[in-house]
Design a protein around this ligand. Structure first.
Ligand SMILES: [Fe+2]
Length: 359
């Protein structure tokens, strides 16, 4: 048996222990063979670690090839520019955030971090390309800093999609960038501990929210929303989040936005197949489990826009057929209308048929 981060679990692994969620509800039983959906769903439920059987994982890894889609993307000039800026920013952000935590950052440092983050996407005219680029960058290990940049960029796009004005978009981006600063203040031994975390240690990890809030409170020039996002980004609209268990009307609206960006990045960073990401599987988990946890207006806008990105893409269906997405169903975003040869299939009318992968 070994303990792994949920986002590093691979489909095909076997659970070595029952998994319990919020309120000690049994989520998955020992012996379950994990699917991509199970893994996304565990991430969604804030289950950070699971215990799996040691055997069986390697075969799964080696049978997965790389995606043509990713290969094509990585050869584009746009991607090369993006990843270069992304890498530069990663180092700078680490320095900047360490200064923040050391209580010796000033407004100039914060502006510099923001400008650099905005610069990563400055040449990209729409959110769609940004998501493509971020999917390409997913090979990185999920250091706190890469995660911060990703969440920041996703917040930027989501803010545009929900119709916020320029100032609000800027603020949303900043909220995303600093939401996890408290993680840096958590002892490394706890964050990277290979064995089982005790309840006390897990509670320590959860304090990154309050720690982050306290760190940012030392800076008068930072907007209150940025501080509240550090505190509230793990709160969920149904009250199942932490640290305070706040419900929907008590959670700051920027924190609701960061919560979506945060969990989307965690889910899409999962190495479920160590290969291509299938956003439709992620969207399905949101449809099944996300609507009580996240602000429905934000989440619907978010999922629809992401799915729209893939219109005209070739996809593999769960019955092995290949087809092309022709239209997104507004009422069931994970189940679009797909053309397979001469046949047009409305997946929303076929309960057992879904998109297995983007080709
Ligand atoms: Fe967090």
């Amino acid at each position: 048996m070994k303990r792994v981060f949920t986002k590093e679990a691979v489909a095909g692994s076997v659970l070595a222990r029952d998994v319990y969620g919020f309120g000690d509800v049994l989520i998955l039983k020992k012996g379950t063979v994990l699917t991509a959906e199970n893994i996304y769903s565990l991430i969604m439920k804030n289950i950070d670690w699971i215990d799996i059987e040691e055997a069986g994982q390697e075969t799964q890894k080696s049978t997965q090839g790389t995606s043509e889609y990713q290969d094509r993307l990585k050869n584009t000039e746009e991607y090369k520019v993006f990843s270069k800026k992304y890498n530069t920013n990663l180092g700078e952000l680490e320095n900047g955030i360490n200064r923040l935590i050391g209580k010796n950052a000033d407004e100039k440092d914060v502006n510099a971090m923001m400008n650099q983050t905005m610069d990563i996407i400055s040449g990209l005219d729409n959110g769609i390309s940004v998501f493509d680029m971020l999917n390409g960058i997913k090979d990185y290990d999920d250091a706190t800093f890469a995660h911060s940049i990703n969440v920041s960029l996703i917040c930027n796009i989501l803010a545009k999609w929900i119709g916020m004005n320029e100032d609000e978009i800027h603020l949303a981006t900043q909220c995303g960038l600093f939401h996890d600063v408290g993680k840096v203040a958590i002892p490394v031994e706890v964050l990277t501990k290979p064995g089982k975390l005790t309840k006390e240690e897990y509670d320590i990890v959860k304090t990154h929210t309050t720690r982050g809030y306290r760190i940012l409170q030392d800076y008068d020039f930072l907007p209150e929303e940025v501080k509240l996002c550090a505190l509230m980004h793990h709160e969920r609209c149904d009250g199942s989040g932490y640290p305070l268990g706040l419900k929907t009307d008590k959670i700051n609206r920027y924190a609701k936005l960061v919560a979506i960006a945060d969990i989307y990045d965690a889910m899409t960073s999962a190495r479920v197949y160590r290969g291509p990401l299938c956003p439709f599987k992620v969207i399905r988990i949101f449809e099944e489990e996300g609507f009580e946890k996240y602000d429905p207006r934000y989440i619907v806008t978010f999922l629809q826009n992401i799915a729209d990105t893939y219109v005209q893409n070739e996809v593999l269906l769960s019955d092995g057929r290949k087809g092309q997405i022709v239209l997104i169903n507004k009422s069931m975003v994970s189940k679009p209308i797909v053309q397979c040869g001469g046949e047009v299939i409305d997946l929303s009318k076929k309960p057992d048929l879904y998109i297995e992968n983007i080709l």
